[in-house]
Every structure is written in structure tokens, then in C-alpha cells.
Design a protein around this ligand. Sequence first.
Ligand code: SF4
Length: 683
Amino acid sequence: MVEIKYVPSICPYCGTGCGINFVVKDGKIIGVEPWKRHPVNEGKVCPKGNFGWQFINHPDRLTTPLIKENGEFREASWDEALDLVASTLKKYADTDPNKLGFYACARSPNENIYITQKLARAGCGTQNVDHCARICHGPTVAGLATTFGSGASTNGYDSIEEADFIFCIGSNNMEAHPLFGRKIIRAIKNGAKLVVADPRFTPTAKLAHEYMQFKTGTDVALMNGMIKIIIENGLQDDEFIKNRTKGYEEMKEVAMKYDLDKVAEITEADPEQIERVAIEYAQAENAAIVYSLGITEHSHGADNVMSTANLAMLTGNLGKIGGGVNPLRGQNNVQGACDMGALPSDYVGYQKVANPEITKKFSEAYQIDLPTTPGLTLVEMMNAAHSGDLKVLYIHGEDPVLSDADIKHTKEAIANLEMLIVQELFMTDTAAEADVVLPAAGWGEQEGTFTSGERRVQWLRKAQEPPEGTMLDWKIMEEIAVRMGRPRELFHYENAAEIWEEIRELAPSYYGITHERLLKPEGVHWPCLDPEDPCEPLMHKDKFAHPDGLGVFQALEHKGPVEVVDDEYPLLLTTTRILFHYHAAMTRRCETLDKEVPTGFIEINTEDAAERGILNNEIVKAYSRRGEIEIPARVTDDIKKGIVNIPMHFTECAANMLTNSDSFDPKCKMVELKACAIQVEKL
Ligand code: SF4
């Protein structure tokens, strides 16, 4: 008899954290259906949620370890591959652990990520561990931690439905976070006004009551201009500023230099509109700010984030439902990857490496002497590989060859390594460059937790057995640690729930999230210090997370993109996600999604195209100081003149052939993915 069952899980694409049910027939996943009782998506999913499962049983799945010899991969046994990896890691762990680096996977469950950082720290004695948040929401972590004391979203996602006014800047959530976008639509139905500020007239902007078009990379100037207008009109919340914040006068002194004429010149936005939007934001009872990578992926991304925090503190829009600063985290578990300590400066739960007491605690727990100096960030690790200072890089499920800025630089860096180890489901662009490839189990084939962008921790169930020949990520890393001579009991767990217990014990902000609580459909939001605490999603209700409880205004000057346009490279390139794709290795192996958008394109303004004689759908050449690609043109009035846009998902016309890895944010090491100077030519 055919057995059909439904196994609840969480979507593996964006950070909204929608619930789905795997449909499992005779032990094999054959589809998904939306999880009707799930509190985030209430029985709805976007195309990725609906069809994004199709990669799971794709014939391209890796099922045998691979070792490269003379430039070619050959199949290897697990023993041979694990011995080779362990002996290479041990050679440097025993002599100079700083020659080792680790990238953790923000698509993987928390438990796998925790073990990746544990292999780096407890296995190898290095703090060189990071992940892709560095180049998406690293500025959020740095910027909101500086201003609010915690680098995460201030409100739960449902809160947006209670807003009267939504200022959405640098977020095309109708494509990148569609089920959050649904909540914005509900807010509009409830009477909220939506203003979208973006260089592109996106599907989200098309929903807005007002679309504010402005120039890429001028966010600080725009928000300083709004702050000045609010103060000049006496609309600041004096009580909130006095009782709950510090640094106001310093911030005000800088912001007051940004009069409307100056702001309009920098941003190329309409000054009357800036004034109107600023006043309406300040006058609203509950005004929310929503942002995403349009704010963060700049060489001044942390300043952009802190500008949003300044606006919200100025108007007292924090600690209340319907208000707040709401960053929409990119990948499904990028929040969790930060929380789990896949950061060179932080252990699990944002406990600081630089604090000797904290490092002593982890040195004892991990039975190794750990340094109190933070390790290298993701960008610094690749640069260290390029200069020959990093010898071995262990990449758990990331694809930096496609996703990091400047592909040529990334490939040169990798070529300089003694060994690149990649733990993956598929032969990604990065895995193809590896010396050893370790085939891992994937989504639907293991248990564990994801933490969504609203800090909601949710339990994933296993729906089918992993393919024969693969191993669970944490099991692979246990075997490597043991082969390095580390005690098995330090790395041995019976299941993901045991790893979760260790996370709870070491991270106070997760302590209240028991496994039992996680089994409920709604999951649990952190911070959650106590198993009895209901752990509501709203943060900073009465005080901020800084030790003195005060929010800290930041005085911020406009800086703008480092690479500016000139006669040779007159167009400013920005990069985006689209509705039908996310991680290319996964969505491009989902037949339905791939058919919808089978390749990339460059969006170019109608006038810019006409100046170059470029027609819609014509293949054009796009080039920068780093490289060139050939790509179909999409000629449109939906993008500002002088700006062009390429979706980031497509290897054959990869935007990151053009982007710039030289200029990065000193506060968080974010590279300038959203702005570089290029030229586009008719072929
Ligand atoms: Fe998945 Fe995000 Fe779509 Fe929800 S909105 S179904 S989490 S991709």
C-alpha cells in the first residue's frame, strides 16, 4: 500500500520563515503544501516555497567524496577524504591556526552552523570563522548593535500590520520576501500609508502610495535631510529622546547641515517629497521602517543602518507594535548563523571574543586555549588567501565564487590556497574549484532549527533519508575533529536536539528555548532567558539592550559609493534578487522555477539604452574595471537613468564579475556590492 505522509518544516529560501509540509510518498519527498496553521504564512507560500523543493532529489546531488588530482576530481572513500582533510587542518592547528579559515552555511540548520564554528574554535583553535551575513546583513548586526545594543530586528513580522506609516527603503520585499510583503499589503488594507524609497520602480514600489526615487548610495544624506525637517518642524519625540537615548545633540549638529537643496542635489530625489515624507513619518502614531540589502550592501552600510535607527529614535518609534526598525534578513537562516557564533568576533549568543572572561568560558567548554583577538572576516579571509597568508579554507555550503564581489579576485585567492575543502549538496562554482568535496545531507533530510529574520526559532523535521553516500554536516565535522586527535566526546552527539541543548547551555539569550517548546508550530523568539518566559517578539520595550539601557544616536555624514562613475564607466551597477530564484545551486535545479527565469538580464533605463542603440532582449556587453560579461538587456523605465541592475543568481552572466571587492565598510567589512561603475555596450 502506498504511504503518503505530511512532514512539517520551514522554507529554506528567504528569512521570512514560512511553514511548509513536505508531502512524502513511500519515504520520498514528492512535493510540499503550505502549512495552514503556521503563524507566519497562514497557508500561503511564494513560488520558491511552492516549487523550491524540487532540487532535493535532483540527479546532480553529490553522493561520493571527491579529491582533486592533477586538476581533475576522482572519487574517494569517506575515510580517505576525511583523513586528508583532518591531517591538513591538524598541520596548521598545531603550528599556526590563523592560517586556517572557515565559512559557515547560512542555509543550514543552526546545529550544523554551531558545529562549524566549533570545529574552527574547539577543533583548530582559530577565530577565523564567518559567513555570508558579512556581505548581506553584517551592517545590520554592527549598526543596530551600536545604536540599540542588539543587532537584530526590533519587532516581530506581524507588527507591521499595525503600522500607520511604513517607510520602506532598499527593500523589494514583494520579490525577495513575498510573505512579508503580504503583511504590508494587509497593513495598507488596514489604512497604513506605504512609501518606498528605491532607485528602481520595483513591484514593491508599485504598491506604494508614494514612490521616492533616489540615487544609489545616498541613503545617509536622504535620512539626514528627513531628520532635519522633522527637527525644524518640532516633530521629534522629546520625551523619548530625553529618557531613552543619548548622543542626540551630536547627531543633530551633523544632520542640521543637510538642508533640502543639498540633499536633493546628492540624492537626486524631489525635495518637496522628502519634506512631505519626513513630516508624515514623524506625525504617524506608529511608523515602521523596513529595509533590506539596498541599505546594507554598501561601503557605508553600517552608517545607512544607523541612519534608520536615528530616524526611529528621533520619533520615538521603538518599543512599540507597528513601529521599529525591521531589517528583512536575506537567507532562511542568516539570523541563526549570526546567533550561532559563526562570526570572528562573537561566540554563540553574541558573547564577545575580545572579553577575556567570555573567552575563558569557551576555552574551558571547548577544552582548548582560544585567543581573545577576533579572527578574520569572510572578506579578510579571501584577501589573506590571495596574499598567501591563509593556507586552508573550509567552506560549509557557501558559494563565494558566485556570491562574493569580484569573481576574478575570488578565484585567484582560492588558487593560492594549499587546500580548499567544500562541504556541499551540488557541484557549485566554488565546489568546482575545491581540492576536496564532501557530500552532505540537505534540507528535508535532517532535523534542527532555523531562526528567521524576526528572531523566531523553529524546528525542522526530517522527511526522507539522505542519499546513500552523503553524511550529516555535524557528523562529517565530528569525524574530522576526532581524526585530528580531539576528544570524541567533545564533538559527539546522538542527534540535533543534543546539539541544541549545548547551544542553550552556552548562550543565555537562547536558554529559555527548550526543545519541547520548539516542537510547537509557532516556535520561540529570542531573546528568551527563561523556559517559563513567553518571549514576545517585541524588543526594547522599556529599555535598549545596552548595559545602561539607552539607545545611542550616531552622528553620520554622507559618504557615497567609493567607486564613482566617470566617462569610461558612466553607469552605476546595483544587484538584486528576483522572485523565482534564490540560491542558484538550489533554485536553478527546480524545474518550475528555472523555466520561469532561465537566465540573467541587465535592466537599463530607456534613455541609457537609446543612447547606446540597445534594444530590449538584445545581448549586450557589460564591463567594469574587474571583468566583463555578455547578458540580455531589459530596457525599462522602471530604473533610474544612470543606474543599471543585474540579478545576482546566474553564473553565465554573473554580476560579481563586475563588482568591486576593494572598497569595504571599516565598521563591518561589508564590500560595496550595490554600487560599482560599469559601461554597457551594444555588441
Ligand atoms: Fe519561502 Fe520566503 Fe517565499 Fe516564505 S516568503 S515561502 S520563506 S521564500
